[in-house]
Ligand binder design. Structure first.
Ligand code: DQA
Length: 147
């Protein structure tokens, strides 16, 4: 089973950015833990972070036909990006939407997501632990696509 973990803009600053909201674990820590966990679960994982909308669209398009599940934290693009939404729908890869913080307890404009109505599941406000939950869930419950 092949899983792709995507983190959007500013998540490269995880651990140092507004730690009262996002905690002190870095993205590197998250990605290393995800790799270890993937090995334990017997799945393969690729990780990708970009601050650029088009780069995220390109990475999603490249996943077509070779990735079974996407875990995505679109960062601020959650609230703005029709393009990333369309890319996910275009490649027909099921995805989990993830937010480190509880977006519903924050500014009202963070309550709307361009992804939630199409996501297989949503993880919100569990901190970086959410990545662990998401990976375990897709590894155990998502089906491998016939290739
Ligand atoms: C976020 C929430 C977004 O509103 C914000 O723009 C982010 C991170 C989260 O993980 O909590 O960059 O997706």
């Amino acid at each position: 089973k092949s899983i792709l973990l995507i983190n959007g803009p500013n998540l490269n600053l995880l651990g140092t950015r507004e730690p009262h909201i996002y905690g002190s674990t870095t993205l590197a820590d998250v990605e290393v833990s995800a790799r270890t966990q993937a090995t334990e679960l017997g799945v393969s994982i690729d990780t990708f972070q970009s601050n650029h909308e088009g780069a995220i669209v390109d990475r999603i398009q490249a996943a077509r036909g070779n990735v079974d599940a996407i875990i995505i934290n679109p960062g601020a693009y959650t609230h703005t990006s029709v393009a990333i939404r369309d890319a996910l729908l275009g490649v027909e890869i099921p995805f989990i939407e993830l937010h480190v913080s509880n977006v519903h307890a924050r500014e009202p404009w963070r309550h709307h997501s361009y992804f939630s109505d199409k996501a297989s599941g949503i993880i919100v406000g569990l901190g970086v632990y959410g990545y662990k939950v998401a990976l375990e869930h897709v590894a155990l419950n998502f089906k491998e696509k016939e290739k």
